[in-house]
Design a protein around this ligand. Sequence first.
Ligand code: PHE
Length: 343
Amino acid sequence: MEQLLQQIESYKTEISAFEASTADAVENFRIKWLGTKGLVKAIMGEMKNVPNDRKKEFGQILNDFKLFAETKFQTLSENNSGLPTNDSELIDWSLPGDPVALGTRHPLSIVRNQIVSIFKRLGFAVAEGPEIEDDWHNFGAMNLPEDHPARDMQDTFYINQDPAWLLRTHTSSVQARVMEKQKPPIRVICPGRVYRNETISARAHCFFHQVEGLYIDENVSFADLKQTLYFFVQEMFGKDTKVRFRPSYFPFTEPSAEMDISCLICGGDGCNVCKHTGWVEILGSGMVHPKVLENFGIDPNKYTGFAFGMGVERICQLKYRVNDLRLYSQNDVRFLKQFTGAL
Ligand code: PHE
């Protein structure tokens, strides 16, 4: 009998705690407790198990319980008027939605996408390759045989377990992989992350991002190189931006040139960013070295090509005036959330 008493107590707690915000919920309460198959009726049925000497006592308790449930239902029904029928009517569809905090694209992704889309419009395809490379694709094929002094230009991370493998120092390795598989005409750009063993500071990092380009066909000339890169600069930085080429050296191009643009920060008057020269360097370029073409069975007497490579961080610095390279990889949302809206 103790069990029956406990059961009644727990029902009472449940009933007291019940609240209804819709007419449907009130009706469900009635069905659950007071309906013909309801719990009140079921527990009244327990009377037959009560021993005769306690029937009077339990009859009272059960009647009180029934009354308790009925009173609750009455209160619920009285408060019922004006309640919505069901849950969907509880929603005020005219309220503004909860704002969803949108993420933003990383500035380097924004700038890389801009670079890629400009070259795509000129008919360049996008090629990608592995970040862990072998010596041949990163150096050898690019006319940098072992012991070539120019290897020192790019402080390389070698894989400890097997120094035949390294982290690519430029995405020229991807160009090598394209030439391996594809015959001219070739017109690709290779965006990707590259690694160099540099001490991390505001101006240097152990990894950064490049977009390199390669164009090989019959009769490709230095004039094509200049015009392509000039178009890129005008699209990227605006029509008023001036360019200049300076002779340079890369083992994989001959002749080679570095390209400067007029300083966007001071308009050419001289400032910190351009070190008071009015010009800032943005990329390396040149005509593909005949040796490189031969390495891939491309006849240098029939085909010529140009190649170029730029650092995405550098372009981003000029576009958005980011003056510390470390900001790109610190994941500080105060920095990142400033780059909204673009691509
Ligand atoms: N691979 C060179 C670098 O990483 C860039 C470059 C590419 C220069 C193609 C000339 C031609 O510095």
